[in-house]
Write a protein that binds this ligand. Structure first.
Ligand code: E4P
Length: 218
């Protein structure tokens, strides 16, 4: 499974990239707002940090305007992926941008039939939001399972399942168990993945015993 990071914070992106655990980046207008930075400037900077796909979202709501915005965003860097909302106009823009050779990420997906349409429209990625479904009492990970089953039923559908709106390490674990193509994870949750109380306890015991030997490695 590929790890994308869901942030516009370039310090976090730089650190993850230097560790070699980053496959790509997703942003959205809310994350850009949180960064307090100019949209195009931050997308260009992110694309300079990683060679992986970097999702940049259009803000128009009508297909022709989305296509124009998408084409403009795609000029920022080779690794820009144009993010489009899962609306009728978004799907029309997806088809046009795909046909123009521009990669797309169809976002705000909350049903398997929406994901089926995104694949038919040629989306490179579809982003089902698991956390937001859990928030309203539905089963976000069941949606991922359904989309994977449907896509596997029809091998001509090549859209990758990008699990989004991840809120905890269990979402990541379940996504990997199901064989999702990508999980886009906030930096704070990526850091939680390394945590285990037995790791901390074991390390403390090793360091304690090492101290008793009075030895040094360097
Ligand atoms: C995905 O591309 C979105 O940016 C993101 O995962 C949304 O997550 P949220 O529901 O935590 O805002």
């Amino acid at each position: 499974m590929q790890f994308f990071v869901d942030t516009a914070d370039t310090n976090d992106i730089r650190e993850l990239e230097s560790m070699g655990i980053l496959d790509g980046v997703t942003t959205n207008p809310s994350l850009i707002m949180k960064s307090g930075r100019d949209f195009k400037e931050v997308i260009k900077e992110i694309c300079g940090i990683t060679k992986g796909p970097v999702s940049a979202e259009v803000t128009a709501i009508e297909a022709d305007a989305m296509i124009a915005e998408g084409k403009n965003l795609a000029t920022l860097a080779e690794n820009v992926v144009v993010k489009l909302p899962l609306t009728w106009d978004g799907l029309r823009a997806c088809r046009a941008l795909t046909d123009a050779g521009i990669r797309t990420n169809v976002t705000l997906c909350f049903s398997a039939t929406q994901a089926l349409l995104a694949a038919k429209a040629g989306a490179t990625y579809v982003s089902p939001f698991v956390g937001r479904l859990d928030d309203i009492g539905q089963d976000g990970m069941q949606l991922i399972a359904d989309i994977i089953t449907i896509y596997e039923n029809y091998p001509s559908l090549t859209t990758q399942v990008l699990v989004a709106s991840i809120r905890n390490p269990v979402h990541v674990l379940d996504a990997a168990r199901m064989g999702a193509d990508v999980a886009t994870v906030p930096p704070s949750i990526l850091k939680q993945l390394v945590k285990h109380p037995l790791t901390d306890k074991g390390l403390a015991a090793f360091l304690d015993d090492w101290k008793k030997t009075g030895q040094k490695i360097l």
